[in-house]
Design a protein. Structure first.
Lengths: 360, 289
């Protein structure tokens, strides 16, 4: 028993050290692309591709961490959070492209508008439970994207229509560096927000709702306002990521602002890392996003999949991702990070036990 | 007035497809408590089988429907027995993710096999229709409405008159009691999912005759099936039939409003669903338990 405890603590320490080293490298490497670092002959550790990948990972950390607030802590299986990402992206995008606002003035409106929208749809939706809430929120995700693409005003598409919305390029030195740090800052905000929620009265109320909503109401939790607040907080954070994305990517349309697959990716990330925890979703986001990019062949290190042509590769990547999703759901219901966090060990008996717990 | 009659007829005809898509989805949801996000993908598998048989063997597309049903029953049985049964007692988020994963796999395997081109099934009579005064009813649409009603009737017959159907009904009302009286849950669950998939396959065959299909064309049908089942009320085949026809009517009438178009199909479906859930959660025909 004691030996087991010691080993677990050692694993946890190793995991923590690895995490800190990786995070420090990821945060410091881009500085080597600055002019003075280059003139001082520091080796270049971050190129264009690196920035793109790292910014995407940070973006998914925001989304997975935000989903965790409503899905993991409150226990409401939101399946349409991509709507908030898209609303954030289009809010900032419209203010910049149509109203000619500067980016930094337009960005704060992304989380505000997303949160307001979430509160508005949350009031009827959060009265639904289980499957009903999940599919209704999926419906919101699909319907909002469709409305944004197709709403006309005076014969003109209001939001750029099917051809999308082009934003002027934000002129700043080291753009890649700027957007990377901006997205990292958003990720930090999301993680600190989760930490705050978990330690506050508000968070205890949310956990009570997850465990037993009637009992929570009986002990005096105002379940409706708590749920709506959690939904709006998740939406605000997701919308912030969307707002940054719109100016970073310069072009937004229905496909890149409302991708249905993001809904599932953010949930899978939170699930991989462990729902209801502070850092779990972030760790899951790093793992899964690296895996997706690796399978898609856009990492510098890549392995050829046998019998697969380059053209078919992205499709095969999707098949593998689907199979992985199935495998994770079946075998590892409590998240991969569970093992590294020292709460249980990866072993055959663990897999067998989780199978037995859920199967018929 | 003639316009109104035409819209009603078109609505009922459109509803036929939704009946076919909805009955299988409702069965799986009602009995297994699974919202099957791969339902639309299974529908399109049926569509491709019909397309393949039609183009290579020149079979009449309506004759391919039984093939769709049998093939999809086998696929559904295997999926439930091999995969979904393993997490049937897990929280709902897991069944959601699992069926989404299956959806991803099926759609992308279809992409690998058939490519992303639009495929359509056009038998010789596809352009013809029945003329009633100023109203024209396309034969294919009319036939598919009949086929859908027939499908629902067959499903109701299986559920109410056969031994396995009664077992499925018993499971739906009390799983533990059903197990106590000796029903093999694993088998019965797999048959249920297989029947649901078979209905999806027939729906896919009908859809392939009405619209051009691609591997991802099934995705809107998953959401629409959900709305149809909610609209009618969960738990009975006849309720889903009413829900499907009502949904077809709503869609056709909503699209006839000037300024809107088929582009808002999902938004209409979604708005209708929230309206029903908030005002009448048991559906038009449903009974609250």
């Amino acid at each position: 028993m004691i030996a087991q405890g010691l080993r677990d603590r050692r694993w946890r320490r190793i995991f923590l050290i690895v995490g800190v080293v990786v995070a420090a490298y990821a945060l410091l490497a881009p500085l080597t692309s600055l002019d003075f670092a280059q003139s001082a002959n520091v080796p270049l550790l971050a190129d264009r591709l690196w920035f793109r990948l790292a910014t995407y990972i940070a973006m998914f950390i925001v989304m997975a961490t935000a989903w965790n607030i409503i899905g993991g802590i409150t226990g409401y299986a939101a399946f349409g959070n991509v709507a908030f990402f898209g609303i954030g992206a289009y809010t900032t995008g419209m203010l910049i492209a149509k109203a000619k606002w500067p980016f930094l003035a337009a960005l704060p409106f992304a989380p505000v508008v997303s949160a307001l929208f979430a509160a508005l749809v949350g009031l009827p939706l959060l009265r639904l439970r289980g499957h009903y809430f999940a599919v209704a929120s999926l419906g919101v995700g699909v319907a909002v994207g469709e409305l944004v693409q197709n709403i006309d005003y005076g014969g003109q598409p209001l939001f750029g229509g099917a051809s999308g919305l082009f934003l002027p390029i934000f002129s700043i030195d080291n753009r890649g560096l700027f957007f990377f740090y901006l997205m990292v800052a958003a990720a930090a905000v999301a993680i600190f927000a989760t930490r705050w929620v978990l330690r506050s009265r508000f968070g205890y109320g949310l956990i009570a709702i997850r465990e037993n909503e009637e009992a929570a109401a009986v002990i005096g939790v105002n379940t409706t306002s708590y749920k709506v607040a959690a939904f709006a907080l998740a939406a605000a954070l997701t919308g912030l990521a969307g707002g940054i994305f719109s100016q970073w990517n310069v072009f937004i349309n229905q496909d890149n602002a409302f991708p249905i697959e993001y809904n599932v990716q953010m949930i899978l990330m939170a699930l991989l890392g462990g729902t209801g925890t502070v850092f779990g979703p972030a760790a899951g986001a790093v793992l899964l996003q690296l895996l997706i990019q690796f399978l898609g062949g856009s990492l510098p290190i890549s392995v050829d999949i046998p019998f697969v042509s380059t053209a078919a590769r992205p499709i095969v990547a999707q098949v593998i991702l689907g199979l992985l999703l199935v495998a994770v759901v079946i075998f590892v219901p409590r998240g991969v990070i569970d093992f590294f966090g020292g709460r249980s060990r990866l072993s055959l008996s663990y897999l067998r036990r989780s199978l037995r717990e859920t199967s018929l | 007035m003639a316009d109104f009659v035409q819209l009603v007829i078109l609505g009922l005809l459109a509803g036929g497809v939704y009946v076919a898509v909805g009955v299988g989805f409702g069965l799986v949801w009602g009995v297994l408590n699974i919202v099957n996000l791969a339902h639309g993908a299974l529908v399109i598998v049926g569509g491709y089988i019909t397309w393949q048989l039609f183009t290579s063997l020149h079979l009449d597309p309506f004759l391919t429907l039984p093939v769709d049903a049998v093939a999809l029953f086998v696929l559904g049985y295997v999926l439930q027995r091999g995969v979904i049964n393993r997490i049937i007692r897990a929280p709902l988020l897991f069944t959601f993710l699992l069926t989404f994963g299956l959806n991803l796999v099926i759609v992308n395997v279809l992409l690998l096999v058939f490519g992303s081109d639009f495929r359509s099934v056009t038998p010789s009579y596809s352009g013809q229709g029945l003329e009633l005064g100023s109203v024209v009813i396309p034969y294919v649409r009319l036939m598919s409405l009949f086929a859908a009603i027939l499908l629902a009737a067959a499903l109701a017959l299986v559920l109410n008159r056969t031994r396995i159907g009664l077992a499925i009904g018993a499971i739906a009302s009390d799983r533990d009691a059903a197990q106590l009286v000796g029903i093999d849950l694993r088998h019965a669950y797999a048959v249920t999912f297989g029947l649901g998939a078979a209905c999806a396959g027939v729906a896919g065959g009908l859809i392939a005759m009405i619209q051009a299909i691609t591997p991802s064309a099934g995705e809107p049908y998953t959401l629409q099936a959900f709305v149809v089942v909610i609209l009618g009320g969960l738990g009975r085949v006849s309720a889903t039939v009413v829900g499907g026809l009502a949904f077809g009517l709503v869609e056709v009438f909503a699209q006839s409003i000037p300024g809107s178009g088929s582009v808002f199909a999902n938004a209409i479906a979604f708005g209708l669903m929230v309206l029903v859930l908030v005002t009448r959660p048991q559906g038009l025909m449903g009974r609250l338990h």
